[in-house]
Design a binder for this molecule. Structure first.
Ligand code: KIV
Length: 273
């Protein structure tokens, strides 16, 4: 059965949560069968599935399309959906309407990338019944402004900015905070000081949970592998090898065999002519 928000929250400081991204029904189903605690329909969708060069190109329509597929594939799993780039920037009205669309498409919660500047909007949404996850540290939607895809919070000014944003989002009612590519010590301090669950990705082990991108975890995305990724399989290589074997068997006549074919009474062809 799908865990409730209350049940997830109760894991604060307890057994760690394992999250993974999902973008389609089969991936979501695999996550559910594996007992994953929650899936995120991340806007990493743009890079690992849609072939964009950054997450900023992902539209709300694309998010909704993939979110619906994930919800069909994993009906007993808590689903978080990313609010794509542009909605926080366009103001509360646009943000609220994107969140409503994501929730109506099946999301149990939305994730918003942003620091202190997002806190007032998060409070406003939470007060109106929208469960919100924050995202701090390396925020890919604003990676250009951050100077690239680098770890954040490694100097005092940057650590302070992240820490203060975490406190503000926590006070605003975000029930979880994704902490991406920040020092483990900073993540541990945020975990101690916030009621929100901390979900790390490149934020060390002292978090309430961890998340990885499905295609990184399974070795499907080969354009680059961030330092914080552990690849639990090499499905990309296996897929290429299998496709090559298939191509060779088709060319050589090894596939299909009679076992893959349908039969009919011998008289059928006589009658046909
Ligand atoms: O879009 C995404 O997949 C994410 C995770 C990396 C946390 O935001």
């Amino acid at each position: 059965m799908k865990p409730s928000l209350k049940e997830l929250r109760a894991r604060k400081g307890g057994e760690r949560l394992a999250l993974v991204t999902a973008y389609d029904a089969p991936g979501a189903r695999q996550a559910e069968l594996a007992g994953i605690d929650a899936v995120l329909v991340g806007d990493s969708l743009g890079m690992v599935v849609l072939g964009y060069s950054s997450t900023t190109q992902v539209t709300l329509a694309e998010m909704l399309h993939h979110l619906r597929a994930v919800c069909r594939g994993a009906q007993d799993t808590f689903v978080i959906a990313d609010v794509p780039f542009g909605y926080l920037q366009r103001g509360k009205r646009a943000l609220a309407s994107a969140c409503v669309e994501l929730i109506q498409a099946g999301a149990d919660a939305v994730k918003i990338e942003g620091g202190l500047e997002a806190a007032a909007a998060v409070r406003w949404l939470v007060e109106r019944g929208v469960p919100v996850v924050g995202h701090l540290g390396l925020t890919p939607q604003t990676a250009t402004a951050l100077g690239g895809y680098h770890a954040q919070g490694r100097d005092l000014a940057s650590a302070r900015r992240i820490f203060e944003a975490a406190l503000a989002l926590d006070a605003a009612g975000a029930f979880a905070l994704v902490l991406e590519a920040v020092p483990a010590t900073l993540a541990a301090r945020i975990r101690q000081r916030c009621q929100a669950l901390t979900i790390g990705i490149g934020a060390g082990a002292d978090c309430d949970g961890q998340i990885l991108v499905y295609h990184d975890l399974l070795g499907i995305f080969d354009r680059f592998t961030p330092k914080f990724v552990r690849r639990y399989a090499e499905l990309g290589e296996e897929a290429v090898a299998a496709l090559r074997r298939y191509r060779e068997e088709v060319r050589g006549g090894g596939f299909p065999t009679p076992a893959h074919s349908f039969s009919a009474p011998p008289s059928l062809l006589d009658e046909l002519e």
